[in-house]
Write a protein that binds this ligand. Structure first.
Ligand SMILES: *[C@@H]1O[C@H](CO)[C@@H](O)[C@H](O)[C@H]1NC(C)=O
Ligand SMILES: *[C@@H]1O[C@H](CO)[C@@H](O)[C@H](O)[C@H]1NC(C)=O
Ligand SMILES: *[C@@H]1O[C@H](CO)[C@@H](O)[C@H](O)[C@H]1NC(C)=O
Length: 313
């Protein structure tokens, strides 16, 4: 008798801990990953081809979320913010939390790029994963949808020495994160390698379809004739289509960052017909001035900014 009451109480408490509230403006949450039907539509910015659009704002250079929304004249659908786990002792997420109110008032979905910089993959324990989950829950509890982009560009950052560990250890770290966030309403787990020469090179970093909600890949194109198909077609087929997953591009721009090349790429992603790729739904531009001026709105001439914005509803 005592044991069963105890279990009822325990599950009630766990239920409270695990379930939050649904997103106020769902973008991917609760939707079928690979369909062109997208109702109710999210109120954020979209290209003429229906692709949801947003920004990685240049926060460190003072370009705040409200400033970019006001310069664009439309509210971003997604906002990408970066944060580092700096030690194996814990994670407080302050780099994300300081923008909670701004994300909420703009009605954007947050792409939270949480980077394990100060610890090895092996040190991403269930305790660290719980810290990450607690930060995410602060956003989802406010009705914000969060795409948790954990250890993005792992295939690149391991080579650069920014992340430490191999792909086996990465997958274990990923699964610990998954276990901690899987029951948070409004949180989707986003797997995102860096562009590799051939599509088979991603396979060792794939955590498995059961552990991933959104797939994407970061790429900076260099040709003004690039299309979604030339840049992303193979990745789309191998991950989004094959596994029936939402696909989003969370970071892209061009190198070189010539205005013509940037504008051609914006046009290709926001205006060209991509209905043949029904899992592909969202782009978040790298709107930063960092080694190149990747931006297409902030700090640009009025002509450039207006041309950029002429691609969006
Ligand atoms: C757009 O975002 C700003 C904050 O960046 C907010 O004040 C405003 O209410 C938002 N507008 C709409 C229509 O959601
Ligand atoms: C990663 O390292 C661990 C420990 O040394 C080892 O057991 C595992 O096989 C390695 N995985 C790969 C893909 O090299
Ligand atoms: C877009 O492409 C699809 C096939 O991929 C085609 O069925 C559709 O008619 C095209 N739409 C427009 C407006 O060209």
């Amino acid at each position: 008798m005592f044991v069963s009451w105890y279990l009822v109480l325990l599950s009630a408490i766990l239920g409270k801990l695990c379930h939050g509230i649904k997103p106020t403006h769902p973008l991917f949450y609760g939707r079928k990953p690979c369909t062109l039907t997208d109702t109710p539509a999210n109120p954020g910015m979209r290209g003429y081809n229906g692709i949801y659009w947003g920004w990685n704002p240049d926060i460190q250079n003072g370009a705040m979320i409200s400033a970019i929304n006001s310069a664009a004249g439309k509210n971003a659908s997604t906002i990408g913010l970066f944060s580092q786990i700096n030690s194996p002792d814990g994670y407080d997420g302050h780099q994300l939390l300081s923008h909670l109110d701004a994300v909420k008032s703009s009605k954007a979905t947050l792409i939270a790029s949480i980077m394990p910089n100060g610890l090895s993959f092996d040190e991403v324990t269930p305790a660290i994963a719980t810290d990450v989950a607690n930060v995410i829950k602060k956003f989802t509890d406010e009705g914000i949808e969060v795409w948790l982009r954990f250890a993005h560009e792992m295939n690149w950052y391991v080579r650069a020495g920014t992340y430490r560990g191999n792909s086996t250890q990465f997958i274990q770290a990923w699964r610990n994160i998954h276990a901690a966030v899987k029951d948070i309403e409004g949180c989707l787990l986003f797997w995102c390698p860096n562009n590799a020469k051939t599509v088979d090179l991603y396979a060792q970093w794939w955590p498995g379809a059961d552990y991933v909600d959104i797939v994407g890949m970061d790429q900076y194109v260099s040709s003004s004739s690039s299309t979604f198909k030339t840049a992303y077609g193979d990745f789309y087929d191998a991950y989004a289509k094959k596994h029936n997953k939402h696909m989003a591009i969370p970071e892209t721009a061009t190198k070189p960052a010539d205005v013509d090349v940037k504008e051609a790429w914006v046009y290709a992603l926001s205006n060209k017909n991509v209905s043949g790729y029904p899992c592909f739904k969202s782009v978040t531009w790298f709107e930063l001035d960092k080694s190149y001026d990747f931006r297409v709105v902030m700090g640009q001439s009025e002509g450039v900014r207006d041309w950029t914005m002429s691609n969006f509803w």
